[in-house]
Design a protein. Structure first.
Length: 314
């Protein structure tokens, strides 16, 4: 039985030796318990600008279990995960980050849950956000609350991309070849029986994260557009509301003009213009988001392009 560990990497030269050492320890211990297990480490270099690729070349020469795929440029973590799943050979596949925020120590426990046949996937769920700023944590919690209210696909708060899956579940995920990917939603959408393992948040072992607040915000917008059409309904609601407010302002202006004799023509016109103009721009922006996603999907561009693997330059 082969277990494939898929590891997306972007500028991870500092932490790669630590990650590899830890994975060797985990694989050695599991081999002692389960003689029939074999492993492969499939690293996806997502266009790193540091010496990540050089480190991966060295590891692949030292250890035959190490494979790598290096992209022609940075395509993003979603593309890296898809490439890893698509090129993995294992009967089981575990996806985890190289920064050790996804503790490899959970892999044996995950294997036990999935091997039993009771579950198709074992994943971790953060019960705390220790180490994150309060603002970032608040926005993250709000995203999950909003997402679960407006989408039919449930996304568990704190659920990670750190997942141990059967080949059947992996193949189902690979059936979804959409260009605009949001894996947290895709993992939930395909279904299957999932075991959640709760744990405290772990900070990076080394290096710095590539996920800024702005990138996470844009990622959340992608997730909402990918798994909910509710914002389109909001635009319709805002249109009806703006019309109602416009009528109310007009009626109030007439009453005040008749009773008090005030000249409200100028402020009324300005407020109506600002109100209607702002709502039109908001609705146009929502429609533009969905239209842009449709436009990108219609191009049918590849999700990623490979420049090099452990076998050489393509």
């Amino acid at each position: 039985m082969l277990i494939s560990a898929v590891v997306p990497c972007y500028n991870e030269e500092e932490v790669l030796p630590l990650f590899y050492e830890k994975m060797c320890e985990i694989m050695s211990n599991m081999k002692k318990t389960y003689n029939n297990l074999e492993f492969e480490l499939l690293f996806i270099d997502d266009g790193s600008k540091d010496k990540t690729l050089l480190k991966l070349r060295e590891l692949s020469k030292l250890d035959k279990r190490v494979r790598f795929i290096s992209f022609s440029r940075n395509f993003g973590k979603e593309s890296a995960m898809f490439a890893g799943l698509e090129n993995s050979k294992g009967d089981y596949v575990v996806v985890l980050d190289a920064d050790l925020q996804h503790p490899p120590d959970f892999i044996p426990q995950m294997y036990e849950y999935v091997k039993s046949g009771e579950y198709d996937c074992a994943t971790t769920r953060r019960v705390s956000r220790k180490g994150e700023s309060p603002v970032r944590s608040w926005f993250a919690r709000m995203f999950y609350k909003i997402m679960n209210k407006i989408s039919q696909t449930e996304i568990v708060d704190g659920a990670q991309d750190f997942r141990f899956m059967t080949r059947q579940m992996v193949n189902s995920i690979l059936e979804l070849k959409e260009y605009n990917r949001f894996s947290k939603g895709i993992f939930s959408w395909v279904g299957y029986k999932v075991k959640y393992i709760e744990y405290e948040n772990v900070e990076r072992a080394a290096g710095t994260t590539a996920w800024s607040f702005w990138k996470l915000f844009l990622y959340s917008i992608d997730g909402i557009c990918a798994f909910s059409t509710f914002p389109l309904a909001i635009s319709m609601f805002l249109g009806v509301l703006s019309c109602t407010l416009a009528v109310l302002i007009f009626v109030i202006s007439l009453i005040m003009s008749a009773v008090a004799g005030n000249d409200l023509e100028f402020p009324t016109i300005v407020s109506l213009i600002l109100l209607l103009g702002g709502l039109q721009l908001a609705c146009t922006g929502i429609l533009g988001q969905y239209l842009s996603k449709t436009y990108l999907e219609s191009k049918k561009r590849p999700i990623y392009l490979v420049r090099e693997t452990e076998e050489g330059i393509k």
